[in-house]
Ligand binder design. Structure first.
Ligand code: PMP
Length: 386
């Protein structure tokens, strides 16, 4: 006979029949959590091969042959746990050399989105009290995840007003500020905050997280990662999802002082990074000539596409340092959603930014820059629908 379950007063079935009020149990922040809309990705997988993906800032290049070979080679070993992200000396050494820091300055995450959660968990101690400073507009996941982890979000005006954003950020710093978080280049504008402005923020002493997701696409020398060597209030977040073209594998990494890396390693899950991602990242770093050739090609295509868009009446492309272009359509006599659906009818998925916090409403859509021949087609379609 089974011993009686102390949580049930009658039969064992009673618990199944009883209803719970889930809303009363769920963390109030989860109750209020905004959903990060992923429908665009689902649509593309449901129509795989039929739609040109120009909506998520992925790389349109499939992984390099050397990287695919490394993935095939490791497939037979995924019965084993991967090395922990705080170890894997060989990969961390390569990342450190690539970012001009030391191995102790590096740890890994399951994409840079996971890194955001880890940073919020590491630093946000008092929900509803601790503050983070974000820029508007910036990557949508920042505010969604900040709020989920209880941070009070304060927004500095950014956008095309990049000359003043550092001052706008510093005006918001209070004793409750845990950190400033910004993308550089900025998603969605593609603009890069001036170097002296980043220095200005760092000089104030506030902890600053610079998300360099698109750094490889920016001009040479734009990165602030090497400053980790001399600044203890700088954290840099990076990813293999953009220039390295490994979005589906989920690999991000963080650069900071050994002290911060120590706490990040305590907060993140062990085995948060999978073996295939680790191997693919290392293979990419071993094949940098080919990675760089693709980056150059993407930069050239971006500049070419920017010129083409500028020639279309009513469209104003915002010069970008990322793998995407934000297009201002204020003079086009159409709404962004009309562009998005007209392009989708022709098999091209771009992203509607008509309701983006920090951007003027009904004015923008964003195009991810893909391979040249696809962008030539996109340019023709834009011409024809305007
Ligand atoms: N940061 C920025 C600025 C992004 O635009 C994105 C993805 N669009 C990410 C981070 C997320 O990257 P990952 O795939 O590494 O999670």
């Amino acid at each position: 006979m089974r011993p009686p379950d102390p949580t049930c007063t009658h039969s064992g079935n009673l618990r199944i029949l009883m209803t719970i009020n889930v809303e009363k149990l769920v963390n109030p922040r989860a109750l209020k959590a905004a959903k990060y809309d992923m429908k665009h990705v689902t649509v593309c997988w449901e129509h795989d091969g039929e739609i040109q993906r120009a909506m998520s800032n992925e790389s349109a290049y499939s992984p390099l042959e050397s990287v695919q070979a490394a993935i095939r080679d490791i497939a037979g070993k995924v019965n084993w746990y991967p090395e922990d992200a705080s170890e894997c000396a060989s990969l961390r050494d390569k990342l450190a050399a690539y970012a001009s820091v030391q191995r102790e300055n590096v740890t890994l995450a399951n994409g840079s989105m996971e890194l955001l959660d880890i940073l919020f968990q590491t630093f946000i101690a008092q929900p509803g009290v601790d503050e983070v400073i974000l820029v508007a507009p910036d990557y949508t996941a920042y505010s969604i995840r900040a709020r989920l982890f209880g941070a009070v979000t304060r927004f500095a005006i950014g956008g095309e007003d990049t000359d003043k954003v550092a001052d706008n950020i510093l005006e918001l710093v209070t004793p409750r500020t845990k950190f400033v978080l910004l993308s550089r280049p900025n998603n969605p504008t593609g603009k890069v905050m001036r170097t002296e402005d980043v220095l200005h923020i760092l000089d104030s002493g506030v902890l600053t997280v610079v998300d360099e997701a698109y750094i490889e696409l920016a001009d040479e020398g734009t990165e602030v990662a090497p400053w980790i060597n001399s600044r203890d209030n700088l954290i840099v977040s990076r990813t293999f999802s953009k220039a390295f073209g490994l979005a589906g594998l989920r690999l991000g990494y963080v650069l900071a002082t050994p002290q911060i890396i120590h706490y990040v390693n305590l907060v993140r899950h062990v085995f948060n990074v999978n073996l295939v991602a680790m191997v693919a990242a290392e293979a990419s770093l071993n094949d940098m000539d080919n990675v760089k050739a693709r980056i150059d090609e993407q930069r050239q295509t971006r500049e070419w596409l920017t010129e083409q868009i500028a020639r279309v009446p009513g469209l104003r492309p915002i010069p970008s340092q990322g793998n995407f272009i934000l297009v201002d359509i204020a003079d086009a006599g159409k709404k962004p959603e009309e562009f998005v659906s007209q392009l989708l009818n022709r098999g091209i998925f771009v992203r509607d930014f008509s309701k983006k916090y920090g951007l003027e409403p009904d004015r923008y859509f964003r195009i991810t820059v893909g391979q040249r021949q696809d962008m030539e087609r996109l340019a023709q379609v834009l011409q024809s629908i305007c």
